[in-house]
Design a protein around this ligand. Structure first.
Ligand code: CTP
Length: 400
């Protein structure tokens, strides 16, 4: 969620300032670009060197930089930031921010910033409870600032009560949850299948296919990036999930995939069946390894359950169902037939006639056909880019 985001971290003088080091570390680890503005009082609690080393950027406190002879431009900081977090923010700084005072670089930057502002107060319980602090908090909330409330616990004074700054991990979770709630697929659950299925012949052999799972994994990542809660059911694949919030369920055969999909489909707002499910499986699975006693060997195959068709027959209003079609001839006609037969909202067609499309490759060229037969043909793109196109179509249909 934080990858590539510019985060300005303000640090005020409080015993909780030591927690800022961990917060910087977590933000950087999450992929954010972090710059720290600290008040001069904060330097009594934590050194600029610590925060500079962890943030991999200079730390700023004063309007004027003695070393370079330049001024530290608070307007530029305000424009640079995607988010301003002040953690810890003291009662003193809250008072300044609530009243538009700007006698230091941090307070001036706050006034210049156009981005969302998060404030994590830290102070003794009586200071926190004081009507003037509470008035300042209410006023800052009215201005649109987001308060990360202090926690209850033992305070530096030895008293027990509300006033401890939220832990860095809690601040990070809070921030990520906020960012997520603004995404287009926030609150939606998605079910994605990926990869091949392996249909066992005997304990050591199977019937499989060349699907790598790359397309399905890319779709799962993109849905998750757009805010959906994603369950990824995948057949045997070497691919790895990046986003930790994706719940991955590994399966082997088509019947295992069907059973897993059945468990989660009802709760799913968006289902994308990108798995290359085997159409046939051996009628009998030999209990022991088949010996090569004969010159010829026949294996009887029976149809597997068509998972997508089953889902299409039980789909409820409001549920989006998306299928894939891999074709070699009469591509669009075949895809349209599957779209209707399986009761899909749209189908993603790959043609093996197109170079760089289909299994194993890192690229794909797709045509999306929706249930109104609106057809969009896309250029050859990387699979993550194709996943973006598919997600945009999903977002468009959900908002229609
Ligand atoms: N699919 C499925 N269960 C199966 C076979 C396929 O859910 N047993 C799904 C795939 O995940 C894909 C879609 O159905 O989303 C299209 O599969 P495909 O094999 O191309 O279509 P079929 O209807 O099986 O037709 P054919 O193989 O004859 O082209």
């Amino acid at each position: 969620m934080l990858k590539g985001k510019n985060i300005l971290l303000g640090v005020c003088g409080s015993i909780a300032s030591y927690k800022s080091a961990t917060l910087v570390r977590l933000l950087v680890k999450g992929g954010a670009n972090v710059k720290v503005l600290m008040t001069n009082e904060a330097k009594s609690f934590i050194t600029p060197l610590t925060l500079s080393t962890l943030s991999k950027n200079p730390v700023y406190s004063d309007y004027f930089n003695e070393a370079t002879g330049e001024w530290n431009n608070h307007v530029d900081f305000g424009l640079w930031a995607d988010y301003l977090i002040i953690a810890p923010v003291t009662a003193n700084t809250l008072g300044k921010l609530a009243n538009g005072l700007c006698d230091n670089l941090l307070a001036a930057t706050y006034l210049s910033a156009k981005c969302p502002v998060y404030l994590a107060p830290a102070m003794d319980l009586d200071m926190w409870k004081h009507p003037s602090t509470q008035k300042n908090i209410s006023r800052l909330q009215e201005y649109g600032n987001i308060i990360i409330k202090p926690r209850h616990g033992e305070l530096a004074s030895g008293l027990i009560g509300e006033g401890r700054m939220a832990e860095p991990e809690e601040i990070l979770d809070f921030l990520e949850a906020q960012l997520k709630s603004n995404l287009p697929l926030s609150g939606k659950s998605a079910l994605v299948t990926a990869g091949p299925t392996y249909e066992p012949i005997d304990p050591v052999r199977f019937i499989g296919n060349h699907s790598s799972g790359k397309m399905g994994f890319a779709i799962a990542e993109e849905l998750s990036k757009q805010g959906a809660e994603v369950i990824l059911i995948c057949g045997p694949s070497n691919e790895k999930t990046i986003n930790k919030s994706i719940v991955r369920i590994d399966v082997g055969s088509s019947s295992e995939m069907a059973a897993s999909v059945e468990l989660y489909f009802k709760e799913s707002d968006i289902t994308v069946m990108s798995a290359a499910v085997a159409d046939y499986r051996p009628k009998e699975v030999a209990a022991n390894k088949i010996k090569k006693n004969d010159n010829e060997l026949s294996i009887d195959l029976v149809k597997t359950v068509d998972i997508l068709s089953q889902l299409g027959s039980i789909k409820q209003t409001g549920q989006l169902l998306i299928g894939f079609a891999l074709e070699t001839e009469n591509e669009e006609d075949n895809a349209k037939q599957k779209l209707t037969k399986k009761n899909l909202d749209f189908i993603v067609l790959n043609s093996l006639q197109d170079k760089g499309a289909g299994f194993k490759s890192d690229t794909n060229q797709v045509t999306i056909i929706d249930k109104n037969l609106v057809t969009e043909r896309f250029a050859l793109k990387s699979k993550p880019e194709v996943a973006k196109d598919i997600c945009q179509k999903i977002i468009h249909l959900l908002n229609a």
